[in-house]
Design a protein around this ligand. Sequence first.
Ligand code: ADP
Ligand code: MG
Length: 696
Amino acid sequence: MSEIKWDEKFRDFLKRYYWDEILLLANEYPELRSIVVDFPDLEQFDADLAYELLEHPDDVIPYAEQALREIDIPIEKDLDEAHVQFINVPNRVAIRELRSKHLLKFISIEGMIRKATEVRPKITNAAFMCMRCENTSFEPQGGPKFVEPTDCENESCGKKGPFKLLIDQSTFLDAQKLQVQEAPESLKGGSQPQSLDVDAEDDLAGLVKPGDRLVINGVLRSHQRTLREGKSTFYDLVLHANSIEYVDQEFDELDISPEEEERIVEMGNNPEIYKMIRGSIAPSIYGYEDIKEALSLQLFSAVPKMLPDGSRVRGDIHILLVGDPGIAKSQLLRYMVKISPRGVFASGKSASSSGLTAAAVKDDLGDGRWTLEAGALVMADMGLAAVDEMDKMSKEDKSALHEAMEQQTISVAKAGILATLKSRCALLGAANPKYGRFDKYEGLAEQINMPPALISRFDLIFILLDVPDRVKDSNIAHHILRSQYAGELNEQRQRVPHSTITKEEVDSHMTVIMPIIENNLLRKYVAYARRRIFPIMEDDARDHIINYYLDLRKQGEGKDSPVPVTARQLEALVRLAEASARIRLSNVVTIDDAKRTTRISMACMRQVGVDPDTGAFDVDVIASGTSKSQRDKIHHIKDIIKRVGDRHAGGKAPLEEIYTEAETEEISRERAEELISKMKKQGDLLAPDSKHIKFV
Ligand code: ADP
Ligand code: MG
C-alpha cells in the first residue's frame, strides 16, 4: 500500500466515523486538543491501515493528524496542533516482557503510576536570532537534546552566530514524565515489580496521579544511556504516550467460571466454612487460631459506605500484630500478601524515598524536577498493604498514616506539589517491641514507638508473647519438623536419581501444610464475596454489638484518662460483623456474626487492655499504656524507697529493707523487684552496689 494515500484514507475514515467528534473539537479547540479514535473502528474501516499504524506509528500518525487538519469543517479554525489518539489498541505487552523487537512499534501497556513529575514546558520549535544580521531562524526540537543552529541561514551573512534564543517566538508544549509500574495483582509469586518511563505531552500532561491504574498506548523509543565515561551501548526504554485509558476501578483480574461459581456457592453453604478459610491461611504456621480468624475477616472486608452527607466510611479492616521476635509475624504478613487481592509488602524501615505513603522527591526521572512518588499504601489501593516493622517507621510516615488509615487518602503538599492520592487498602501491620521482648508492664504505645492515636485506628490489635509452654512448644516443634520432613521427602524424590520415595508418600506428608482451600480458589472465593455480597445487619445482632460496646464504655467511666474505647471501636465491630457474614456469602449479618465479632474483639482487648497486676479489664491501658493500679503501684514503691532511703546515710536504701517494707504493704517481693529494675532501666534509680539503690 502506498504511503501517498494514507492521508486520504484517514480523511475518509475520520469523516465517516468521527464527524461529530471533529465538529466538537473544532468548537472547543484549543482547549480540547485531541480526537480519540477507537482502534477497532479503524480496523473495520481498513485492516491494512490499522496494521501499518501498529507497525510504523511514526510514519502513520502524522498522516492521521495531517488528515484532521485538511478536513473541510464548517467552522473557521486552524487545528494546527490537534492530535489523533488511538485507544483499545490490541498490542498489549507486559512491562517485564518489553524487548528490542517492540522498539518503534505502537504498543499498549498496563500498570499503576508510581511517579509523576511536575508538568513543565518543553520547547518544540526554538526561534533564534543571529546577533550579526538579526535574521530569525527556527530549529525544531525533536530529540532529548537541545539543538542550536550551526551557521546563519541568511545567505548574505552565513556566520556561525552567535545566536540568541527568542523565547516569545518559540513554541512550547506541556510535558511530564511518568513512571508506570506493574500492578501488584499482575505479579507472580512475590516478584519485584518492574517499571517503565513514559513521556506524556501536551493534553496528556498533568492528567494522572501516582496510584492511578492505567492503560497507556504509545510508541516505544529508546534513549542511549550516558555514563560519566561517555555514551553507553545500553539503551533505556521510554514510552511516548499517544493516549491514556483509565482501567475501571472495579475491574478485577479474576475470571470465575460457571463451574467455579457453583463450587463457591456450595462452599458458602458449608457450615465448616470458617474453619476451612482459617485452615487455608498460612497452614505451615502452627496455632494462632484467633489471629487467623481475624485475618480471614480482613480478607473479606466490610462494605465501604457513602453516607448521605458525602462522607465515606471505610470497609477495610486494619490489624496490628505486636510481639516478640521469631514468632512468625513476618511469615504471616507474607502469606497474606500472597493470597490477598492486590497485596503489597513493605517494611517500615524501607529505604525508598517515598516511604510507606508518598513523597515529593528530586531524582533522575525528572532531571532535577520535583517528582511525586507513591509508596506502598498507594500502590496497594483496593488491596492489602502488609507493613512489617512498623515500629521503625519514619516520622513523616507516622503522621501521614493517620489520614491514610481513616480517610484512606494521602495528601502531599511540598515544593509546590499539591496532591491527594487514594489509598483504599486494608493495613496489616507488624511491630516488634523496642527492647526486643514485650514487657507487659510497659505501655504498648511507648514500646512500639507509635502514638496512641495511630494505634486506636487499628480495628484489632494482637499481642503475641513468646512464653515457654511445654505443650505448645512441643506442638510447634513437631509441626515445623513435620513440614520440613515433607519438604525433605519432596526434594529427595525430585533430585536424587532412582529415589524410592513415591509421590503418594510425599503427598500424604504434605497434607499437614496444605491449605484446606487451594490458594487460587480461595482468591476467587474472596473476589466473589467482595463483588456480590453486601450484607445488612439484623436487629438482634445490632443489639448484641451495642450492649458489648456500652459495657466496654462503662469500664472506662470515671477514669481520669480519656476513654479509649470510642465510636471508632464500634465501627470496627460493625466491619468485622459484616465481613463475617460475607464469609458465608450471606447478605444478612446475624447474631452469630455479632457474637463471633465480640468474641474476637474480647480476645484482643484482654491482651491489650488487661491490668497485669489485678487481671481486671482496664481500658486505660490502651490509651496511656499504663493501667491505673500500675501507676499507683509505681507511686507506692517510690514512696517506700524514699522512706527507707531517708533512714540511711546518703539516701542509700538497702534492697532487703525495701522488699520487707513492700511486702507488709502488699506488694510482693517479685513485683517490687520488677518495678525497681524498670525504674533503674529508665534511669530514675541508681545502684551504687548490688545491695543498695538510691534516687538519681
Ligand atoms: P518474626 O517476624 O515474628 O520475628 P518470623 O516470621 O521471621 O518471625 O519467623 C521466624 C521463623 O520461625 C520462621 O521461619 C517461622 O516459620 C518460624 N515459626 C515461628 N513460630 C512458628 C509457628 N507457630 N509455626 C511454624 N513456624 C513458626
Ligand atoms: Mg519479622
